[in-house]
Structures are given as C-alpha cells and as structure tokens.
Design a protein around this ligand. Structure first.
Ligand SMILES: NC(=O)c1ccc[n+]([C@@H]2O[C@H](COP(=O)([O-])OP(=O)(O)OC[C@H]3O[C@@H](n4cnc5c(N)ncnc54)[C@H](OP(=O)(O)O)[C@@H]3O)[C@@H](O)[C@H]2O)c1
Length: 360
C-alpha cells in the first residue's frame, strides 16, 4: 500500500491522562501494522485537558482562536477531527462533562470511542438516539473490562438466544486491594500500588465504594441482558469495600474461600426491592436478592465470600473476569489476567479498528 492510499483519521483526545498517554504510545507502535492491514493512519489533531485547555493542530493557524472551549470545538462540523476519543476523568454521579462532549461530537457527525463509563451508564439511550439520527457510531469497549471483549461476547459468542445472567469481577483496583488484605497487607499499601500502575480512578472512592463497578454493572446489564427499558445506575444496589471488615479477607482464606467485590445481573420476571449484600458471613449464591429497578432486569454490586470451587474466587490482584449464563450457550467465563493501563488503551484501539472495518 502506498502512502497515498492511506486514509487519515483525525483524533480529538478529550483528556490526556494515563489512558490517553498509553494510547498515543500504542498508536505510534502499531502505526505500520495499521497502515498495512487496514489502510489507516491515525493523527491526533486536538488534545484538551481540564487545566491546560484545548490545543488544536490545524493546517490553518487562525483556527487556534476559533473555539472558546472543548464542547464548541467538538460541535463544530468544520473543526479538524473525525473521531472523538473521550478519556476525561470519570464523574460517576451524572457522567458530565463527558456526556456533553459526546453529544457534541455525535451531533456534529463524528464517531465516538470512550473509556469513560459514567456517560454510557447514565445516557446511553440518548447518545444512541443522537448517533442514529446522525449516522455515527458510539463504541465503549474500554469502559467495561479493558480488552476483555464484552461486545464480541454479545455479537459473536451469543449471537442467538438470551443471556440469563452475568457475574463479574469488574474493578481491578478493588480486587487488588481485597487480594492484598487477604495476604495481611494493608488496603492503603495496595491502593498506592494501583495508583502507581495508573489503574486507580482519580478519586479512589469510585473504585473502593463500588461506584465504578455499579456503572459497569449497568452497562453490562443493558448490553448482555437487553432490558425492555435501559437500566440506570441508580437502580443498581451498591455496596463497596466499606462493608468489608479488615479481618474478613484473611479469615476467608483460612476457610478456603476468597472475598471478592462481585457485580451481578439477571433477567427477572418481577423486581422486588432489597439489598444484594449478605455481609461478612454471606456466601456465594446467597446474595441474590436484587435491588429495585426496572421490571425485567436487575443488577447489584457487593462483597461476597466465594468458595474456591467458584472460578471467580481465583481471579486475584488486578485481574478481572466475566461469567455469563445463556439460553443456548451454557455457562462461559472470560478472564483478563492482570490489567495494566496499556490494555485500556488497546481496547480503545480495538474500537477504532472496528470503526474502520464497518466503513468498508
Ligand atoms: N486508568 C485505567 O486503567 C482506566 C481503565 C478503564 C477506564 N478508564 C477510564 O478512562 C478515563 C481516563 O482515565 P485516566 O486514568 O487516563 O484518567 P487521568 O489520568 O486522571 O486523566 C484524566 C484526564 O482528563 C482530563 N480532564 C478532566 N476533566 C476534563 C474536562 N472537563 N475537559 C477536558 N479534560 C478533562 C484531565 O485533565 P488535567 O490533567 O488537566 O486535570 C486529565 O488529562 C476515565 O473515565 C476512567 O474511568 C481508566
């Protein structure tokens, strides 16, 4: 393929933290293969951060002055970018301002790829509506479980029949903390490690209090269980590590078990209110009373003591896993062994490549 045959895709990066930096490195390393296999060259033409503002690499230098802020840039059909990569800090309460960035990009005819789960969990129906209207695409593999391919599960592995339920260890930081506590190390030490690796959320309460896991449970429930009406994060019952007494993880090891923060979802005929949390004595399988929520699908997050016979108990440290039970496909479990931030960047690249494939 000659240089002239290459299709250039201009990327606007909203946010330039750990994930965006890892993506830039990956795009550089993978550039020859992306050109050879897909005929595409990615070019970062805009970068915005909260403290440093917006920088645009436009052919026309006067363009620098044209946009007062990121959202105006993203909403401008003439702004020099084709795809928004949304990797700003997570805002679990409402998904803003990331959701507004996505509305502006989709509304002005651009595809969006994101690692940011809150805007998807809160606003997926609206964002999908805009994408449908403008013929654009929204992809969010990186928002779920890094490069553990959740979309491929629905599209390729369970293309027919219902997914009845899922159970997952979906937050690497809280899992690393619980694993460290089981070995008698302190939670603070394990959290510091996760921060050094670029894994922890900017506000670690998002990980430790289960907010991140609850947002993922919302998205997984909507993706895998296909409710009549999309589930919202406030319908997911949430308990985090505040419900784990210091001694519980090590005591569980002595009983031949492990404490894990588990996200669950299932289809249900009716939806009684309640708490999914069974407390330190709770055992796997006893915590199945879901929270209030829309009718046909329920999801919840909380610490559970899992016997070692349960493969989720063996998912330790920064690993994550997802188990599904489906109508025709039986029970399947997928595990991502260790999840450095580079794998989040890789999941973004998976989505960028998927956009190119569909174009042909
Ligand atoms: N790290 C992981 O392993 C991982 C895994 C999966 C998903 N994610 C998700 O990916 C996203 C990014 O994570 P990260 O680890 O890269 O975060 P990070 O290192 O904290 O970086 C966040 C970036 O967003 C920028 N930002 C925040 N608010 C902004 C705004 N209103 N406008 C423009 N830029 C803004 C920050 O700017 P300043 O630097 O100027 O403050 C910073 O550059 C988060 O939504 C996170 O939940 C992360």
């Amino acid at each position: 393929m000659t240089h002239q045959d290459l299709r250039t895709r201009r990327l606007a990066l909203a946010g330039h933290g750990a994930v965006a930096r890892a993506l830039s490195t990956l795009l550089e390393r993978a550039a020859p293969e992306l050109a050879a296999r897909y005929g595409v060259a990615y070019l970062v033409t805009a970068v915005a951060t909260r403290t440093r503002g917006l920088a645009v690499d436009a052919a026309d230098a006067t363009a620098w002055a044209a946009w007062p802020d990121l959202t105006s840039f993203l909403a401008d059909p003439d702004a020099p970018y084709d795809v928004l990569v949304e990797v700003t800090t997570q805002s679990p309460a409402d998904g803003e301002p990331a959701a507004s960035h996505m509305r502006a990009a989709l509304g002005s005819g651009r595809d969006v790829v994101t690692a940011n789960k809150a805007p998807i969990a809160w606003h997926e129906a609206e964002l999908r509506g805009i994408a449908e209207r403008t013929g654009t695409r929204l992809r969010y593999e990186a928002a779920l479980m890094d490069c553990l391919p959740t979309h491929a599960i629905r599209e390729s592995i369970v293309p027919v029949g219902r997914v009845h339920s899922f159970a997952g260890i979906v937050n690497a930081t809280s899992n690393a903390v619980l694993s460290a506590m089981a070995e008698g190390r302190s939670a603070a030490e394990a959290l510091a490690d996760a921060r050094r690796m670029g894994l922890a959320e900017a506000d670690p309460r998002n990980d430790l209090e289960g907010h991140d896991a609850a947002l993922k449970a919302t998205i997984l429930a909507n993706l895998l269980l296909e409710p009549r009406e999309l589930l919202r994060p406030d319908a997911v019952v949430r308990h985090g590590l505040e419900a784990v007494p210091d001694e519980w993880p090590a005591e569980a090891v002595r009983r031949g078990a492990r404490v894990r923060l588990v996200a669950r979802g299932e289809r249900a005929a009716s939806g009684p209110a309640g708490s999914g949390f069974a407390g330190p004595t709770g055992r796997s399988g006893e915590t199945r009373t879901p929270g209030a929520g829309p009718v046909d699908v329920r999801a919840w997050v909380g610490p559970e003591e899992l016997q070692l016979a349960d493969p989720l108990a063996l998912v330790a440290g920064t690993s994550m896993a997802l188990r599904i039970e489906s109508e025709h496909g039986g029970r399947l479990q997928f595990t991502l062994l260790d999840a450095p931030v580079e794998e989040t960047a890789y999941a973004i690249l998976m989505d960028l490549v998927a956009l190119e494939r569909r174009r042909d």
